[in-house]
Ligand binder design. Sequence first.
Ligand code: GLP
Length: 261
Amino acid sequence: MEVIILPTAEEASEVAARLVARQVREKPQSVLGLATGSTPCKLYDLLARMHRDGDLDFSKTTSFNLDEYVGLDPVHPASYHHFMEKNLFSLINIPQGHIHIPDGLAADVPAHCTAYEKAIREAGGIDLQILGLGSDGHLGFNEPGSSLASRTRIKTLTERTRSDNARFFADCGEVPHHVITMGLGTIMESRMCLLLAFGEGKAHAVAQSVEGPVTASVPGSLLQFHPHAKVLLDAGAASLLARADYYRWVYKNKPEWQTDL
Ligand code: GLP
């Protein structure tokens, strides 16, 4: 796990954007795993800008989103379909047919989840998975206690996550209880994981994920087992890391051949 701490969320998002852009340039047919929430907004903004400037072509790229609320229409303003369309897909040239987001209105949820896993496999697996972190350490919507081997399935949100996400809804009671999310096993099969976390509100979950024991109680901690995971943090999110100075030193003093950013 490589921990990269930058002073601000903007600077960390710039590094993330360079990593995603490099992936897409080196392999135009890349399969990207995408996240929602406020954390990746700046990253998506930067990718859209690179595309607008003619520097980044998504025409051969495929995407799979991590999760979606059950019962929300794709046009609902808080749905992840709507979020992705507004913050990324309408701003780049990824073909509609290459976009995959779990269908919160699926009539047969288990069959839909099985088909989602199959589609990921048939696309060749996820090359680069972008991740945010819940304040309770969740990845996607894999709440604490999720099986470390889980696949795409229905999950029930904790009250904490429902209240964290209430800001995207007209009122708290409107936040669905059920979601469809890629599993932790699915996420761990991605060739590279890029976890972004910003702000002091994430500091505890970050410290537990990066420096705590690997446990289903903190889904983010599973990334310690991933062979190619980078964690991009701002100063606030890094504020409870015991080895923050060490991570900063390592990043600043990488041998030239290793500085791929
Ligand atoms: C939701 C999403 C997660 C995201 C998390 C953090 O629960 N399902 O994928 O990482 O929110 O959200 P934010 O980035 O808004 O803090």
